[in-house]
Design a protein around this ligand. Structure first.
Ligand code: NAD
Length: 366
């Protein structure tokens, strides 16, 4: 079976790195890599060739590969050009693009959406959402530091003392926890909040303060994900954030509710209360943003407060992001492939959870 790895159209990452090519070859797979697919992540074609891949053009890969893998899904015109029965592996985000499975089914294509892999301990090594969120949390702090006109750590110098930066993190999931850890390493004072009570101990174990806000709704049946909160709770949360925002130098927001618009936790009135020079990094920008003034993929300046709206910060660290995505993919392939061919065990909840299509001409063994 031939695996095709495409160059991303607007992303510096690459889905498979040379080290993973070697491992995929051990599964008896042939690998085609698009010319210069890894160049923006500093993986030259020569390294792929040394690892055993063949370099090919975009068109050749679309035609010849049985399985096409990418980080971002192909555009519609290209999908329409593909032969029926091809398998695509990407991040289709069916929770937000509600029709994507129907469209792929209509074209006779099969697809695994890596963002649908269950968030279970067993699937952790394949969890691209966690790998990328962790990088985004780290990068959020570094991006904030670029704009903050102040130090992070406390400094006691001959020229005077500097107080440590105060950072407020809203949403202490994978990205939030990595943001807390990174900010602490840089010497900032960090406080954080999450609606999931399990986050309390994780926040504290990183040396940050957990903000207590009573009355958050939790649902153990939501697969570890947060559930939508009542308007009354969100109002109380906004008031708490308002109290702390004027003292914060940086607010990092990561609060998401799967399949829903992100909750507004930082309204305009709160930004108005922040000191000029403060920074907000909104990782929920692509789902509407946690800050009312966030513009997706833009950096906005509101009365001296910088608001960075970016849900794809992992792409700013293309080399390690590619390595981790590629490792996640390889671990997924290990449960998909037998004797060099796809052999899908639909009783495996990772396989059935990630398969979003029901197209015909499959070789699924049930
Ligand atoms: P996410 O990106 O969907 O959301 C980010 C965070 O925002 C979450 O922690 C969520 O609780 C929080 N949030 C939502 N509404 C909020 C609000 N109003 N105020 C404050 N915070 C709010 O989440 P994620 O980081 O991808 O993680 C989702 C869940 O999956 C978490 O429980 C995580 O621990 C779990 N997880 C488990 C595994 C595993 O066991 N293998 C792996 C990864 C993640």
């Amino acid at each position: 079976m031939t695996i095709g790895v495409l160059k991303e159209a607007a992303d510096k990452r690459v889905a498979v790195v040379p080290d993973t090519v070697k491992k995929l070859k051990e599964l008896n797979l042939d690998i085609l890599i698009e010319t210069q697919a890894g160049v923006d992540a500093y993986f030259p074609d020569s390294e792929y060739e040394e690892a055993g891949a063949a370099i090919a053009s975009h068109q050749d890969i679309l035609q010849k590969a049985d399985v096409l893998i990418s980080i971002n899904p192909l555009e519609e015109p290209e999908l329409k050009s593909l032969d029926k029965g091809k398998m695509l592996i990407s991040q289709f985000q069916p929770f937000f693009d509600h029709d994507v499975a129907d469209r792929l089914n209509g074209l006779g294509l099969r697809a695994f959406s890596l963002d649908m892999i269950p968030r279970t301990t067993l699937a952790q090594s394949m969890d691209v959402l966690s790998s990328m969120a962790s990088i985004a949390g780290y990068k959020a702090v570094l991006e904030a530091s670029r704009y903050l006109p102040r130090y992070f750590p406390m400094m006691i110098t001959a020229a005077g003392s500097i107080r440590p930066a105060k950072i407020l993190v809203l949403g202490a999931g994978v990205a939030g926890l990595q943001a807390i850890a990174t900010a602490k390493r840089l010497g900032a004072q960090v406080e954080a909040f999450d609606t999931r009570s399990a986050a309390r101990e994780e926040v504290k174990s990183l040396g940050a303060k957990f903000i207590e806000i009573e009355g958050a709704k939790e649902d153990t049946g939501a697969g570890g994900y947060a559930v939508e909160q009542s308007e009354e709770f969100l109002k109380r949360q906004r008031e708490e954030v308002q109290n702390r925002a004027s003292k914060s130098d940086i607010i990092i927001t990561t609060a998401q509710v799967r399949g829903r618009k992100a909750p507004i936790l930082v309204p305009k009135s709160t930004v108005d209360n922040m000191r000029p020079g403060s920074v907000i990094v909104d990782l929920a920008a692509s789902t509407g943003g946690n800050c009312e003034l966030t513009e997706d993929n833009q950096v906005v300046n509101h009365n001296g407060v910088t608001i960075i709206g970016d849900s794809n910060l992992a792409a700013l660290m293309p080399q390690d992001a590619s390595v981790l995505y590629s490792n996640n993919l390889f671990n997924f392939f290990k449960i998909l492939v037998k004797d060099g061919e796809l052999s899908l065990d639909m009783n495996n909840e990772i396989v059935s959870g990630a398969l979003i299509t029901t197209a015909p001409e499959t070789t699924i063994s049930e």
